[in-house]
Design a protein around this ligand. Structure first.
Ligand SMILES: Nc1ncnc2c1ncn2[C@@H]1O[C@H](COP(=O)(O)OP(=O)(O)OP(=O)(O)O)[C@@H](O)[C@H]1O
Ligand SMILES: [Mg+2]
Length: 340
């Protein structure tokens, strides 16, 4: 079990002559990843998904907040003592083409981390080769074919499976898949998504799935939890099924209504959500972060920032579905097309 509380992160980017620009990437995010569970983060580009995924994998620092792994608070540990905890969380790289060293065969790629793992767990040297074969079979590729080959001799789908096998060398409890299928051929995507589902069932490994595509989130996490992130804040959270069936935050509604790309199917009278183009992250927002795009914004929304919870919801405290909106409601919203 991994939990995070009030995680914040601000990047200082090179700005104009007046100095550095501060970009808030995460504004106090809570999360929980249960053993064998599926959690998906969804949101548009720049909302902070990768930053959060990297923080969870121990690859990025955070400014404030706390991460607790199996009841141990990470803030109380030195960098060195944190390593064994973060080793349990492995990131699957988005780009299978650059994730593998082109000068190494797949055998060499898997051998290095497996030797380390053998030392850590007191296993004999002979275990390494057997485990490499086992892991490749587990991800659905023929070890005999793949092991002696170089990455360029494999297809994109095979490479992505090798990347997943490499992540499994460390016996992780959580796999963080950041846009894990966005760079491979559409026809191969479903196979990789199915593999991640399968690994959850067979190994009990949790999968944290990061995507901007709600259809993928839906496929991977049908019985899992969905976090909708907007400008560094979780604006809606709950079971994937419930949120997809009945989103109450206008931002989630606009994301979901983008699925049927079949023209003419938008419901008549739907309100429009304004596109994101004009947003300047450096501009301070007092109230709701979505207010500048929201068709339902009121004076309260402009003055006050809603926090994730049940405030204003009709379902009351008994629902697991959380939102950060003063006017949550089931309604039809369509995202306004971006004009060129
Ligand atoms: N190393 C960095 N230095 C400075 N700013 C950064 C850095 N990494 C991320 N950011 C900024 O933090 C914000 C969140 O970025 P992040 O990469 O987490 O978004 P994302 O949701 O993963 O987007 P995408 O869907 O495009 O991958 C963005 O405004 C980005 O420009
Ligand atoms: Mg990203």
């Amino acid at each position: 079990m991994i939990t995070g509380t009030a995680i914040t992160k601000t990047f200082k980017q090179r700005g104009n002559v007046l100095g550095k620009r501060e970009v808030p990437a995460l504004r106090g995010v809570d999360f929980a990843i249960k053993k064998g569970g599926a959690v998906s983060f969804i949101g548009e580009s720049g909302c902070g998904k990768t930053t959060l995924g990297r923080i969870i994998a121990g690859l990025e620092t955070y400014d404030s907040g706390e991460i607790v792994i199996d009841d141990v608070a990470m803030s109380g540990l030195s960098h060195r003592h944190r390593q064994p905890y973060f080793r349990r969380i492995q990131l699957i790289h988005q780009d299978p083409y650059s994730a593998l060293n082109p000068t190494r065969t797949i055998h060499q790629t898997l051998e290095a981390p497996l030797r380390l793992r053998a030392r850590q767990t007191g296993r004999p040297r002979s275990w390494v080769d057997a485990r490499a074969e086992e892991l490749l079979s587990l991800v659905g590729i023929d070890p005999g074919y793949v092991l002696p080959r170089y990455p360029h001799q494999l297809s994109g789908g095979m490479r992505q499976r090798v990347v997943i096998a490499r992540a499994l060398t460390m016996d992780p409890e959580v796999l963080v898949a950041d846009e894990a299928v966005s760079m491979i051929d559409v026809s191969l995507r479903l196979g990789i998504l199915g593999l991640l589902r399968d690994l959850r069932e067979r190994l009990g490994v949790s999968v944290l799935f990061i995507t901007h595509d709600i259809a993928t989130a839906r496929y991977i996490g049908d019985e899992g939890e969905l976090y909708v992130i907007y400008r560094g804040q979780v604006v809606e959270r709950g079971s994937t099924e419930t949120i997809i069936a009945d989103p109450v935050h206008p931002y989630t509604q606009s994301l979901l209504s983008a699925i049927p790309v079949l023209h003419g199917l938008e419901r008549p009278g739907a309100e429009q959500v304004v596109p994101t183009e004009a947003l300047d992250e450096a501009q301070a927002d007092e109230g709701c972060l979505f207010t500048r795009r929201c068709p339902f914004s009121t004076a309260r929304c402009e003055a006050e920032r809603p926090v994730l919870g049940h405030d204003g919801g009709e379902g009351g405290e008994d629902t697991e579905q959380l939102h950060a909106c003063f006017h949550p409601r089931s309604r039809s919203v369509i995202p306004q097309g971006v004009r060129a």
